[in-house]
Design a protein around this ligand. Structure first.
Ligand SMILES: Nc1ncnc2c1ncn2[C@@H]1O[C@H](COP(=O)(O)OP(=O)(O)OP(=O)(O)O)[C@@H](O)[C@H]1O
Ligand SMILES: [Mg+2]
Length: 336
């Protein structure tokens, strides 16, 4: 058995769809879908991550697949503790005399009760100290902005379960707004479209594949097509249909308009000095749904502001957590 005096500190982006882990001085060490395979009594964790996600829609009644995070926050204390335990062991295998410090990115809208439950889950799972960091503040670090200065930024995190827009400066959030509409909502709407319009039942993973491959807000993309396999609702037989981006455009527009309205609400709550900074710098999208084709152009033309995202928006939050972990004094400035 491995033995060490001090365990390595680490950071977690505990997302609805993906969990990313960063280990101090070592880098990104895990990037797994947030799925767990449990036994029928919910007492034993059989698989975690990609292996569990693959089993979605294929389980029998002795096992089932669950997601412990919904709309960006934990749903079940015991499941979260089990999940954290699994990852903690992966990071610091063996026995450690001094437990690690853990930094966890959380949404702005997390309630005190849920924040406390998360802290407790991380402590029970083996942390000596837990620091909860606002995920959009972390993303701002990850994008390479300057959230520790008086120059304000507007960060819009478009995740699987939650979309959140925040203005931030001096290491703090000035105004924020969240909606429970994200990638999962789009997947569900796509599944419903297949069921109602094409009489085909498709699995959640298939709906996600359709979304990530052909959903687009660009008019020129309307003929992007994908062959999709599912179960014919009338004959119950496997069937393949070809779907094009144009037929899903309304779903994309509904989502993009909700994101637009959320940003407008944040801008309305923003003091004029900050609005000026945002006009100069533009808006920064982060999270997996920032990649939705045509979204930056769509928002930019409706808001008359520059809208962009980084090279890897799925990793902005964890990269930001890493910066905070490596340089805690920078994050501590202007905070108590
Ligand atoms: N190229 C891509 N790779 C992975 N996910 C993508 C991609 N494009 C779009 N997505 C979608 O982005 C979402 C995942 O984004 P992200 O990892 O930021 O969410 P999350 O952090 O798990 O969720 P939340 O922040 O809401 O809790 C999923 O809905 C996924 O289908
Ligand atoms: Mg996220």
């Amino acid at each position: 058995m491995k033995f060490r005096i001090i365990a390595k500190d680490f950071a977690i982006d505990l997302g609805t769809s993906n969990i990313l882990l960063y280990k101090k001085n070592e880098g990104l060490i895990a990037n797994e879908p947030s799925f767990m395979l449990l036994d029928e009594n919910n007492t034993k964790v059989l698989k975690v991550g990609a292996e569990a996600k693959e089993m979605l829609g294929k389980t029998h009644d002795k096992v089932h697949v669950v997601r412990p995070i919904e709309n960006g926050v934990i749903t079940d204390f015991n499941l979260t503790e089990a999940l954290l335990n699994y990852f903690f062991k992966k990071i610091n295998p063996g026995f450690c005399l001094v437990q690690p410090r853990t930094l966890i990115a959380v949404p702005n809208q997390i309630t005190d009760v849920k924040a406390r439950a998360l802290e407790d889950a991380a402590l029970y799972a083996g942390s000596r100290d837990v620091i909860l960091v606002d995920q959009n503040l972390a993303a701002a670090y990850g994008i390479g902005l300057d959230p520790d200065t008086a120059s304000a930024s507007l960060v819009v995190n478009l995740g699987a379960g939650l979309s959140e827009a925040s203005t931030l400066a001096l290491n703090g959030i000035i105004s924020a707004k969240s909606i429970s509409k994200g990638g999962d909502y789009l997947d569900k709407r796509i599944g419903d479209y297949f069921k109602n319009s094409l009489k085909l039942e498709i699995g959640k993973n298939t709906a996600e594949e359709v979304k990530n491959n052909i959903l687009s807000l660009r008019i020129r993309d309307k003929s992007l097509t994908l062959k999709v396999e599912g179960r014919d609702l009338e004959s119950a037989m496997p069937k393949e249909v070809e779907v094009n981006s144009g037929s899903l455009k309304e779903i994309a527009l509904d989502y993009a308009d909700s994101v637009y309205e959320m940003i407008v609400e944040v801008l309305e709550k923003t003091p004029p000095e900050i609005s000026r900074d945002i006009k100069d710098k533009g808006i920064f999208l982060t999270g997996g749904q920032a990649i939705l084709q045509g979204l930056t152009e769509y928002l930019s033309s409706k808001l008359s502001l520059k809208v962009s995202y980084s090279d890897n928006p799925l990793e902005d939050v964890i990269r930001g957590c890493a910066i905070i972990l490596e340089d805690p004094d920078r994050y501590a400035k202007y905070r108590k």
